[in-house]
Design a protein around this ligand. Structure first.
Ligand code: GCU
Length: 564
């Protein structure tokens, strides 16, 4: 279901018992059965009594030293007490668990979920009167056919990384809804409401927006789906006017309220239009890394710090790379007037030919869209980043996924980020045919850092053969904060600033440029970054250190964004 914070919930956040199981022995021991020795001679090789506790939400790696580099299984346990209520249903909701989750209630398997960054839920039909026990087997081992797959440039934080809630609903409840402006209209709001339960069919549903004097009634069909379409005159949401409205959705037995904004986002030729006006995207990439103290970001306070830094930089958009971030980030960005680029972790070396892949990608796409489809701040669904091979399986998989994305949401733009470009004689050739299928050409380039190393972006010319808006979705270079040096030293703040100065000169000459998005706001942990003294396990392409200290390149980009 969507909009958990708009429902009757009991939080299960807090301390959970945890058993570390690097060898996976717990499966064989059937830990979920929670056998307890009755007599001294009973032989049980595990127990949750006396185990350390882990805080939920939170990654396990940064909570106890023995978990630091764990890529394996941890068994979590929590109990809750419940009094059965007539005509009520109970769901167990997880904001995200990285990467595989198997959930047990009172010793019985409730279900499983794959994917570390999207929400999921199970209905608790067998909940008992009194104390109930939940056990979650969490495994963050990298998977060859996972999303992402085996190698990626961020830290593999495992655990129950986002919030866990018990959600109590009416027996027929509002499961999901869409209330957004239609693509090109400033006054037509359309969408649907989906009821779930025995009385979902032929029910009256009401959508009210008191500030717009809207009170609209519609009816569900036999399968519980009600379409809606009405006229209203909202102040359209934009970074300058981040206006949101209270929207109340009610059925006979349920009511859900949510703050929703309305805007139009479209492409016209090589321009991106927000509310019909040409937009230049001033973006920055962010990883879901907690500011000031290494770990996974997962609180509203973390989101506020990160987004305030993006605002101070002059950004009007954040790219939440390379996976859906926690909901606080998206909701707060919307309140603060920052557009959002949501992305799937279809990153670099994905096993596109694996038969499970289309299904996995589609499910994750659905989960991302289901959570964020009413967030007007989200303007772009990005379906992949730097998929390397020009194989028929990659093209087929991503073209199909783009089609599914369009079917699920017609109100936003989509993209697939590419870095397969040719570079010769100072000419940058953009030629990945996937561009033909997406709304926006997004490409990552590291002229001055990777290709060509210490090259000069300002001298480079661009050749783009498709008439679509272009966003440079990544550019930059590494610098250790405080490392003075001269402009010829890699790793120095001065060299990073030089790359940014020259990139800015180049941007003025890139045809069709509709926006740029720096890589990236804050230094973040990545185990493959092993240069001692400079990296020490961090990707140092941040404009800020992990403590928020501004590097010289920060001021260069802020100057460009001010001017834009
Ligand atoms: C890539 C990639 C980022 C990566 C960055 C880098 O292009 O998209 O995830 O971390 O380059 O090398 O720092």
């Amino acid at each position: 279901m969507t909009n958990i914070s708009g429902r009757q919930v009991v939080s299960l956040n807090g301390s959970w018992k945890a058993l570390i199981d690097p060898t996976g022995t717990g499966d064989w021991l059937r830990i979920w059965e929670e056998r307890t020795p009755v007599s001294k001679t009973d032989f049980v090789e595990y127990s949750f009594t006396g185990t350390p506790e882990l805080h939920v939400p939170g990654d396990f790696n940064t909570q106890r030293p023995e978990y630091t580099y764990l890529e394996g299984t941890v068994w979590y346990k929590q109990t809750f007490s419940y009094t059965r209520k007539k005509d009520k249903r109970l769901f167990l909701y997880f904001g995200a668990v990285n990467y595989l989750a198997d959930v047990y209630l009172n010793g019985k398997h409730l279900g499983a979920h794959e994917g570390g960054f999207t929400p999921f839920q199970f209905e608790l039909t067998d909940v008992q009167e009194g104390i109930n026990s939940i056990i979650v087997r969490v495994n963050n081992t990298r998977q060859k056919n996972g999303l992402p797959a085996l190698s990626y440039d961020w830290f593999n934080y495992g655990g129950i990384t986002r919030e866990v809630s018990l959600v109590e609903t009416a027996s027929t409840y509002i499961n999901d809804y869409l209330v957004q402006l239609t693509k090109h209209s400033d006054h037509e709001i359309a969408g649907w409401v989906k009821l779930d339960g025995g009385n979902a069919g032929n029910q009256e549903v009401k959508v009210s927006i008191p500030e717009l004097k809207i009170s609209y009634r519609t009816k569900t069909n036999d399968s519980g789906m009600a379409l809606l379409r009405f006229n209203a005159r909202p102040v359209r949401w934009s970074p300058d006017t981040p206006r949101l409205y209270n929207v109340i959705i009610s059925s006979v037995s349920d009511t859900v309220t949510e703050r929703i904004g309305f805007r139009n986002i479209a492409v016209s030729g090589t321009d991106i239009l927000l509310n019909g006006r040409k937009l230049f995207i001033k973006g920055v990439n962010i990883h879901e890394e907690r500011p000031f103290k290494a770990g996974k970001a997962n609180t509203e306070a973390d989101a506020r710090v990160l987004l305030s830094w993006a605002k101070e930089l002059g950004c009007n958009m954040v790219r939440l790379s390379h996976y859906p971030h926690n909901e606080y980030m998206v909701k707060l960005a919307e309140e603060m007037g920052i557009m959002v680029w949501d992305e799937l972790p279809v990153y670099q070396h994905i096993a596109f030919a694996d038969t499970s892949m289309p299904g996995k990608m589609e499910l994750m796409l659905r989960e991302m869209i289901k959570r964020d489809r009413n967030r007007c701040a989200v303007i772009i669904w990005s379906l992949s980043n730097e998929t390397y091979s020009f194989t028929p399986s990659r093209d087929k998989a991503l073209i199909e996924l783009l089609g599914k994305c369009r079917m699920l949401d017609t109100t936003r733009l989509n993209t697939v980020v590419i870095n397969n470009q040719g570079y010769s004689n100072n000419m940058f050739h953009v030629h990945d045919s996937l561009y033909k299928y997406a709304d926006i050409i997004s490409l990552n380039e590291y002229i001055g850092w990777y290709v060509p190393w210490q090259g000069k972006p300002e001298d480079v010319k661009w050749e783009i053969n498709y008439k679509k808006p272009v966003i440079i979705s990544e550019f930059g270079g590494e610098a250790k904060y405080g490392n003075a040096g001269d402009v010829a030293d890699s790793w120095s703040e001065d060299y990073q600033a030089k790359i940014y100065r020259e990139q800015v000169v180049m941007f003025r000459r890139v045809p069709q440029l509709a926006g740029v998005c720096a890589w990236l706001l804050v230094d973040y942990r990545s185990m493959g970054r092993m240069r001692p003294g400079y990296q020490d396990g961090y990707n140092r392409k941040g404009l800020l250190s992990e403590y928020g200290e501004r590097k010289r390149a920060w001021y260069v980009l802020r100057g460009y964004y001010d001017e834009k």
